[in-house]
Design a binder for this molecule. Structure first.
Ligand SMILES: *Cc1c(COP(=O)(O)O)cnc(C)c1O
Length: 372
């Protein structure tokens, strides 16, 4: 049996006719940047994910970076975030000119630990940046309460969590009128472009206006540069392709959840820690991440059995060389550090067939059993 970790060809195959129609529409229009496809995509995305506005940008990192800047965060400010995330989360904070402060995660979800956030709040703290890691929402109620109590901004990194629900509400704009969150459309994400893309979900109309300026060189109208912006626009081709994806997102999420339920049922009792959904959450399983004390040996055995895996993430952010100047040391954030040595992502995506999923389960049961 051979199962790819991610199957871009199967993904396109299933949508081929719709994608070709979308591309043809853009080719026929002769208009390629900031046009009707982008506007329609933003409206459809905002509607699908329960936000008042969506502002499409070049990638998820820019969605985070410009989201922070729209909130007025920059030099001299600290942003508290999770030590277990894609490094791009923290790079976006650096790009905004602020300083990431990494804190530890909760054992159950590997998401930001509200107690650790509380202890990290200081005079320079301006924002909390929770990550809905692997598509499972962070425990937002205590984080929102902390932000309110201390007068902080809160920006959600929803780059892995398109359509996930926290207490029945979609992630991304959980802070109500001040809700703001970032999405990535990197090809492997739950809603993927055929290239790079991202968006900011935002409820406040003024913030949406500021974001539209920031992504387009800071222009308030043509050739009037109101502020320092960047060039980070989603092109019309990607917008047209992503409009196809928005139509399928709910069904893809259902399929991911069905596969996750199968894995959870079938991998019970073979020495793995499984990714359980918390009572407040409806997860979208961007990744299906198990834990095993002999992770590297298990990964090797699975590779030999034809099941590729990945590790999200092998090095917590406070121990990444790029962030060494911030002074993080081994032992500082024990939960994240232990998790980084044990997590293993199994193949899970909507195009994975029942037979392939059964093959993954068989291989994991065999190999994890052998390592007990
Ligand atoms: C993918 C991802 C990003 C960055 O998104 P890009 O589109 O690759 O720039 C940021 N944070 C998380 C948690 C991600 O998974």
């Amino acid at each position: 049996m051979s199962v790819p970790f991610f199957d871009g060809r199967a993904h396109v195959q299933a949508l081929r006719a719709e994608l070709e129609e979308a591309v043809a529409r853009v080719l026929d229009s002769g208009w390629f940047v900031l046009g009707p496809e982008g506007e329609a995509f933003e409206a459809e995305l905002a509607l699908a994910l329960g936000a008042a506005h969506a502002v499409a940008v070049g990638n998820g990192t820019d969605a985070l970076h410009l989201g922070l800047r729209a909130l007025g965060i920059g030099p001299g400010h600290e942003v508290i975030t999770s030590a277990l995330s894609a490094a791009f989360t923290a790079l976006a904070i650096e790009q905004a000119g602020a300083r990431p402060v990494f804190v530890d995660v909760e054992e159950a979800t590997l998401n930001l630990d509200p107690g650790a956030v509380r202890r990290a709040i200081g005079s320079r703290t301006r924002a909390i940046l929770p990550v809905h890691l692997y598509g499972h929402p962070a425990d937002m109620a205590p984080l929102l309460a902390l932000a309110d109590e201390h007068g902080l901004e809160l920006l959600e990194d929803a780059c892995q969590a398109h359509g996930a629900l926290y207490q029945r509400r979609p992630v991304g704009t959980l802070r109500g009128a001040r809700g703001i969150g970032a999405l990535s459309f990197y090809p492997t994400k739950n809603l993927g472009a055929l290239g790079d893309g991202g968006a900011v979900l935002v409820n406040d109309a003024g913030l949406a206006v500021r974001l539209r300026q920031l992504r387009n060189g800071g222009q308030s109208r043509k050739y009037c540069h109101q502020r320092f912006g960047v060039n980070s626009r989603l092109d019309e081709l990607q917008a047209a392709l992503l409009r196809v994806g928005v139509r399928h997102l709910a069904a893809w999420t259902e399929r991911r959840r069905q596969l996750a339920a199968f894995y959870l049922r079938s991998l019970e009792g073979c020495g793995l820690t499984l990714p359980r959904e918390q009572p407040y959450a409806r997860a979208v399983f961007h990744l299906f991440v198990v834990r095993h004390p002999r992770r590297d040996a298990l990964a090797q055995a699975l590779r030999e059995a034809g099941v590729p895996t990945l590790v999200h993430y092998p090095v917590p952010l406070h121990l990444q060389p790029a962030f060494a100047p911030l002074g993080g040391r081994a032992g500082d954030l024990p939960v994240a550090e232990r998790a980084a040595g044990e997590v293993l992502s199994l193949p899970l995506y909507p195009e994975l067939s029942d037979e392939q999923a059964a093959g993954v389960v068989q291989a994991v049961r065999d190999e994890a059993g052998r390592l007990c």
